[in-house]
Design a protein around this ligand. Structure first.
Ligand code: GSH
Length: 230
């Protein structure tokens, strides 16, 4: 039995999708990051980085969402491209591109637009620009193929699915998806899958804290309250 530590943010949800796609049995353990569950010693022993998702599989512990996607894909031998060196090169490249570019810039774009204290025009501009540029790379990649690695649905598409529904909110732009019709098509394809419906049901399983009060800010953005760097 797998144990999946999650909340309802993009990185845990893409792992939830993979778990549901594989049909592997798992126990879902909510980590309420607005309440500070990610900072407890018990959870830090599982993920020293203090973030969700994390996964335990017997004696094996995996953290970081795309590492978990790859772990589960290799465990089940599913949702991977053909077993060739060329295809593996593409798999690793796109998986890391999402992990190191799409996710972080999208997250920072919303952070500097909505949550960062003070006025940070350059930080906002850089993150918004880079988030849009990264999403455009994904959009262009889908110009002539249904999925990111070609004809088959893989964990790379799941990694993108975690983030893409939030593009309008992250960019503060209700019309943002107009620029990304290929991504919208990919999202519709994945949303139509039964596994995606089961992930939606996961959202009703636990009442996560909704208030963005001072305690939540301290849990999520401790740097706001830390001394300024010298
Ligand atoms: N690189 C990590 C990032 C994980 C991450 O940032 N998780 C967010 C939710 S999407 C989180 O746990 N935030 C709580 C916090 O930062 O304290 C991954 O891909 O899993």
């Amino acid at each position: 039995m797998l144990t999946f530590f999650y909340n309802l943010a993009p990185n845990p949800l893409k792992v939830a999708l993979m778990l549901e796609e594989t049909g592997l049995p798992y126990t879902a353990v909510p980590i309420d990051t607005r309440r500070g569950d990610q900072h407890t010693p018990g959870f830090r022993a599982i993920n020293p980085n203090g973030k969700v998702p994390a996964l335990q599989d017997g004696d094996t512990t995996v953290f970081d969402s795309n590492a978990i996607l790859l772990y589960l894909a290799e465990k089940t031998e599913r949702f991977l491209p053909p077993d060739t060196s060329a295809a593996r090169g593409q798999l690793l490249s796109w998986l890391m591109f999402v992990a190191t570019g799409v996710g972080p810039f999208s997250g920072q774009a919303v952070h500097f637009r909505l949550f960062a204290p003070g006025d940070n025009p350059y930080a906002r501009k850089r993150c918004d620009y880079e988030a849009r540029r990264h999403w455009q790379v994904i959009e262009d990649r889908l110009d002539d193929r249904p999925f990111l690695l070609g004809d088959a649905y893989t964990i790379v598409d799941m990694a993108v699915w975690g983030w893409a529904p939030r593009i309008p909110a992250m960019l503060g732009d209700d019309r943002a998806m107009d620029a990304y019709p290929n991504i919208a098509r990919l999202m519709a394809t994945i949303d139509a899958r039964p596994a995606a419906a089961r992930v939606a049901a996961l959202k009703d399983r636990h009442a996560f804290k909704t208030e963005f009060d001072d305690a939540a800010m301290r849990s999520l953005y401790p740097q706001i309250f830390a001394p300024d760097p010298v």
